[in-house]
Design a protein around this ligand. Structure first.
Ligand code: ADP
Ligand code: MG
Ligand code: ZN
Length: 623
């Protein structure tokens, strides 16, 4: 991979020259110097045997006429000087004030300084002196891309769950790299660059690897931050080198991960620091992407980012990254598949239902799901179990969503009782409303910031679409906690704040986004966001009407939930007391306690309903 060994030759050449010089100068001093006593020196001068003399204060150095070098310490005197002149000695006098450095000394100093510089560079770049590290200096302008030969990457599209559309688009690219003639024959143009855009952990890097594995061509992988160095010009030279390398190995895929590190909008100095360098690097990248267009696209650039919004507009122009592939959070089906892929090597109990887990992990990325399985396996190991059961998944999911239970936290009896009524209120409103999401479990164990929680399963069809009745039920369930406190104690406390916030935001969305109010089918939200921030594109009167509508929804829901709980106040008391005792109850246990027919069984291990918990799903959380 030594595509540019020149710098190495130059260095070796310079080193050789230095050594030659050093040896030459050393040779000059090689002949043994005759040390003459003063008297002997004077005699030699008198005898006319001295050829040259360099006088440095008391020291004389020079050549005898025989060619022998000599050295003598003298008492300088006018007489001696005159005698030397008379004898025709070639006299030079060393200037006294200034210490003269010999050329050799200077060269040697330069060499040592240079050597030190190299050592410091190697140290700071973490390479150490040994092995490949000592090549680092010569590689500074080289791309740091890792190169994979065809067939080296074993990842394929099979390892990527879901992401159907993304895979479809990328399959085109793979097809093209394998079979360019087919595409050229019909004059199809294949994009030069494909940008994978999506939140962290959803499989962008994984997809890129799979493309490499499928296409069976050379794959150059580099991280955007690898271009960035302190020295201006280094990044640009690395980009040049990267593309040169790619062209040499065409057909070839270049993958630039986290491209936002170099691809940010130019001329925005907000980041401070080394902007010249970044701009040069980006400009070089743009130039290279334009440049290889002539070669009919045997090099394709894949890039990944989770910040497509900050990328320079020039990057996403046609001819560059003109195809953007979204890599979204997995939906329920994709979550199920991801869980299946990553659970392959984990011994699961029969009771483990990955589809149920998928249902209860809305909002988790692929990486989160991988982590969930790992946490569940850890939980099983900690308890000395050989297989992972639902309880482990439940614990793992709770931990990831809310942080570990604060078991050590001791709540006062008063707070515990209020929390029990509060959560019982949420849970009871929930099971009394057919439109509410099915109850999953309710607990008064503090977790994260919350004192207690009531969890629901998202109804199967609500991931993308909800009815007005379902939204109103959400608001009523949120009010349940506060109303239960009021019914029981005559007042409510500060624990209700996030419930109210959630309810308000649902009501606002109903009015602003979904046209679910008497203001009619208008998306006020899009009117309001047309300007910047809230620079309202709706009139003050309309804004006031919106507020009134939100209030109407909130008040109506509150009244309805209040009536519902007051009519069932006996059940509220029973449930709250049971919660105080059990601390955590599953939906099945709640239904059994209240002697109501369960709406849907969500117990993961119906054989042992007394166990604390067994399942991991819920979308909505109420404190
Ligand atoms: P990104 O690059 O988008 O931040 P990664 O590709 O690094 O995310 O994903 C991290 C890990 O999560 C992957 O190594 C993989 O194990 C897992 N993962 C993410 N999405 C998927 C998916 N769709 N199918 C299978 N595994 C996935
Ligand atoms: Mg990544
Ligand atoms: Zn609450």
């Amino acid at each position: 991979m030594n595509s540019k060994p020149y710098s190495l030759f130059i260095f070796l050449g310079a080193l050789g020259l230095l050594l030659t010089l050093a040896i030459y100068f050393a040779a000059q001093d090689q002949k043994p110097i005759v040390k003459l006593p003063f008297s002997a020196f004077v005699s030699k001068v008198e005898a006319g045997a001295v050829g040259t003399a360099l006088i440095d204060d008391q020291l004389v150095k020079g050549m005898l006429k025989t060619g022998e070098p000599y050295e003598a310490v003298i008492m300088p005197s006018e007489r001696l000087s005159l005698m030397m002149l008379k004898q025709g000695v070639d006299i030079q006098v060393q200037q006294q004030e200034k210490q003269q450095w010999s050329l050799l000394t200077m060269l040697f100093a330069a060499f040592v300084i240079g050597l030190l510089g190299i050592m410091i560079y190697l140290r700071s770049s973490g390479g150490g002196m040994g092995g490949g590290g000592s090549n680092k200096l010569f590689n500074i302008g080289r791309s740091k891309a890792r190169m994979f030969e065809p067939n080296a990457v074993k990842t394929t599209f099979k390892d990527v769950a879901g992401l159907v559309e993304a895979k479809e688009e990328l399959r085109d690219i793979v097809e093209f790299l394998k079979n360019p003639e087919k595409f050229k024959a019909i004059g199809a143009k294949i994009p030069r660059g494909v940008l994978l855009n999506g939140n962290p952990g959803n499989g962008k890097t994984l997809l890129a690897k799979a493309v490499a594995g499928e296409a069976n061509c050379t794959f150059l992988s580099i991280n955007g931050s690898d271009f960035v160095e302190v020295f201006v010009g280094v990044g640009a030279s690395r980009v040049r080198d990267l593309f040169a390398q790619a062209r040499k190995h065409a057909p070839c895929i270049i993958f630039v991960d986290e491209i936002d590190a170099v691809g940010r909008q130019r001329g925005n100095n907000a980041g401070g620091g080394n902007n010249d360098e970044r701009e040069q690097t980006l400009n070089q990248l743009l130039a290279e992407m334009d440049g290889f267009s002539t070669e009919a696209g045997s090099v394709i650039v894949l890039a990944a980012t989770n910040r497509a919004d900050v990328l320079d507009k020039a990057l996403v122009r046609p001819g560059r990254f003109d195809r953007v592939v979204m890599v979204p959070y997995p939906d329920i089906k994709a979550r199920h598949l991801i869980l299946e892929i990553h659970a392959k090597n984990v011994p699961l109990a029969d009771e483990v239902d990955l589809f149920k887990i998928a249902r209860g992990t809305q909002g988790m990325s692929g990486a989160d799901l991988e982590n969930l399985i790992n946490e569940a396996a850890l939980s099983a190991t900690k308890q000395g179990k050989k297989i992972v059961n639902m309880e482990d998944f439940e614990l793992a999911r709770d931990k990831i969503f809310m942080g570990a239970a604060r078991k050590s936290e001791v709540m006062s009896d008063r707070v515990k009782a209020i929390t029990a009524y509060h959560e019982a209120g949420h849970a009871l409103v929930n099971i009394l409303l057919p439109d509410a999401s099915p109850l999953h479990k309710v607990t008064i164990l503090p977790r994260g910031m919350a004192l207690g929680l009531t969890w629901f399963f998202p109804a199967e069809d609500t991931e993308y679409n909800k009815s007005a009745a379902q939204l109103r039920a959400e608001i009523m369930v949120a009010f349940g906690g506060m109303i239960a406190e009021k019914i029981t104690y005559g007042h409510s406390e500060t624990g209700v704040s996030s419930d109210l916030q959630g309810a308000t935001s649902v009501a606002r969305r109903m009015v602003l986004n979904y046209g679910m109010s008497s203001l009619g089918p208008i998306a006020f939200a899009s009117l309001m966001s047309r300007g910047y921030g809230d620079a309202a594109q709706v009139s003050e009167q309309t804004a006031a009407k919106i507020d009134v509508e939100v209030e109407k929804i909130m008040n109506a829901c509150y009244a309805e939930a209040d009536a519902l709980l007051r009519a069932n106040v006996d059940k509220l008391g029973v449930l709250a007391k049971a919660l105080l005792e059990a601390e955590t109850m599953h939906a099945d246990e709640v239904y059994a306690l209240l002697q109501m027919p369960p709406r849907e069984s969500f117990s993961f291990s119906p054989e042992k309903p007394k166990e604390v918990e067994n399942s991991p799903e819920e979308e909505k959380v109420r404190e």
